[in-house]
Design a protein around this ligand. Structure first.
Ligand SMILES: NC(=O)c1ccc[n+]([C@@H]2O[C@H](COP(=O)([O-])OP(=O)(O)OC[C@H]3O[C@@H](n4cnc5c(N)ncnc54)[C@H](O)[C@@H]3O)[C@@H](O)[C@H]2O)c1
Ligand SMILES: O=C/C=C/C=C(\O)C(=O)O
Length: 486
């Protein structure tokens, strides 16, 4: 992307904003470009454009035609694949390997999976007996919610934005989307693709800005927004719930987590170590599904800790474009300071540092970036803040356990309930323990293995509702029941 100014996309036009803010590259802290912040007026214009578009050609398209346009969006992303990869890497510092094998491919895949799924969606129909014997027919039709506000986070920017956009558009809604202020680039490229493939003006609108007292809050408190889908921190979810409360509307929340991994003594040790290293350090620990609490059955504890330490110390921390790089920087100096504050807290709480706990020194411009060391700690009480609070960085705490019941109790002792991973060769135990997890998603002898048709979401403070497959389509369109007296 050569653009030096990222604009809002409203009513089919790229427009400026009330002011401009810097988009920084977290590898070196350098300014990548400027971004136009949308004020209340721009958000109002975007919502009006979306409202009007509902009554325009978009509402008259057949499901097949809508699905065909969504495949064209996927084609457009794939046609500009390298641009999307470069833009995602510039905004986030994530590795070429991750951006090119996960983030951007899923951007296209999300559109394709829902374009295909909506074409085969079915609805309910009942033949009803009646007192007069003539009966009645009850059938339901899916009605799009209307204008949907989509608010996305910075960790998997295109993946998570399109994970919401694709089903929302497939169901016939119009959108006003706000990407994170940290990662505006691929969302803007996506607006260019939408424009190029002929998504009708106003169907997809993009507003840049922050949360409080900026585009995010203006959007979620807007009376003409018909539904909100949000992915981000749990406390932000609470704020959005309050902002939306006055105008009662459907909410879909994918929120924070403090995910546990349980490693039983009978686990395949090499698999469990490799899988746990992946679940702790992928994307610098900046994935909602990442493991921050590891529970290892006592006979295996010392061996496991030493092997995970070796894995952490073998991670290549380096330039995102280096094909060997395993881990880049965190998203921002602010987030780096937050993660380092937990490294300091861990010391204050008396943790034993197995590895890491500081900042890597490169001796070049990366020393101005948002880098931290992959870190493993042990020895803290389960009540400590580092074990209870989401850190969202490349760090895990490891605790020994003795019995299956104890492991389940430890893993469930959290206000979050997003994901869990269980490592055991005893598959009956895998089924049994998975069923006891207070989490929306449980992986056994693997992690982050995805089937896009499955329910994705969390319990407790980790979210409201489910995304994925029919679960997404059920949120973005609600059934109207029609009863015909025969
Ligand atoms: N459950 C999931 O699927 C999932 C996926 C990814 C990230 N997350 C969570 O997201 C968090 C990291 O992402 P983040 O730092 O971008 O989260 P965040 O809550 O700080 O911001 C997320 C988005 O919300 C916007 N926002 C912030 N305050 C707002 C407000 N008051 N009103 C409206 N919009 C507002 C931000 O500008 C951004 O676009 C972590 O807690 C992580 O666990 C969860
Ligand atoms: O950071 C959270 C990752 C979410 C991933 C998905 O929503 C997905 O893989 O569909």
């Amino acid at each position: 992307m050569t653009t030096t100014l990222l604009k809002n996309y409203i009513g089919g036009e790229f427009v400026s904003g009330c002011r401009e803010f810097n988009n920084l590259n977290p590898v070196t802290g350098e300014i990548i470009c400027q971004v136009c912040e949308a004020d209340q007026e721009r958000v109002n214009q975007a919502v009006t454009a979306a409202k009007n578009a509902l009554k325009g050609p978009w509402g008259e398209l057949s499901v097949q035609q809508r699905a065909g346009l969504l495949h064209k969006v996927a084609d457009g992303i794939e046609a500009r694949f390298d641009e999307f990869v470069a833009a995602e890497m510039a905004d986030t510092g994530k590795s070429l390997q991750q951006a090119s094998t996960i983030d951007i491919p899923r951007g296209a895949a999300n559109f394709r999976v829902f374009a295909d799924m909506v074409k085969t969606a079915s609805s309910e129909c009942f033949h009803t007996d009646t007192a007069d014997g003539r009966g009645a027919l009850n059938y339901s039709l899916p009605r799009p919610l209307g204008v949907v506000a989509v608010i996305a986070p910075w960790n998997l920017p295109l993946l998570l934005l399109t994970w919401k956009l694709a089903p929302a558009l497939a169901a016939g809604n119009c959108i006003v989307a706000k990407p994170s202020e940290e990662t505006p680039s691929t969302a803007t490229l996506l607006a260019e693709v939408m424009h190029e493939v002929g998504i009708p003006a106003g169907v997809f609108n993009l507003v840049h800005g922050y949360g409080p007292n900026s585009a995010g809050e203006f959007l979620t408190s807007h009376p003409q927004i018909d539904a909100i889908t949000f992915t981000g921190e749990s406390r932000t979810g609470s704020a959005i719930m309050r902002a939306a409360a006055e105008h009662v509307k459907p909410l879909s929340f994918e929120l924070g987590g403090k995910n546990a991994a349980i490693i039983f003594a009978d686990a395949d040790l090499e698999e469990a170590v490799a899988g746990t290293a992946r679940s702790v350090f992928t994307n610098g620990g900046q994935v909602c599904l990442c493991t921050e609490r590891v529970y290892v059955q006592r006979p295996l504890f010392d061996t496991f800790v030493n092997k995970l330490k070796a894995k952490a110390q073998s991670l290549k921390i380096g330039w995102p474009k280096d094909p060997d790089t395993d881990m880049g920087p965190l998203i921002s100096a602010e987030h780096k300071n937050k993660v380092l504050s937990y490294y300091r807290l861990a010391r204050e709480e008396g943790a034993t540092f197995i590895t890491g706990g500081g900042v890597p020194e490169f001796g070049d411009e990366r020393d101005q970036g948002a880098w931290v060391e992959p870190t493993i700690i042990t020895g803290l009480p389960e009540s400590s803040r580092c074990v209870k609070e989401e850190i969202f960085g490349p760090i895990c705490h490891i605790t020994p356990f003795d019995t299956e019941e104890e492991a389940i109790s430890l893993a469930n002792d959290s206000r979050y309930g997003l994901a869990a991973a269980i490592w055991t060769r005893d598959i009956s135990r895998g089924h049994r323990v998975a069923r006891e997890m207070e989490a929306g998603m449980v992986w056994v002898n693997t992690w982050y293995l995805r089937d896009l048709r499955t329910p994705f979401g969390g319990v407790k403070m980790s979210g409201i509702g489910r995304e994925g497959g029919q679960h997404s389509l059920n949120f973005y369109a609600e059934p109207s029941n029609i009863c015909i007296k025969l």
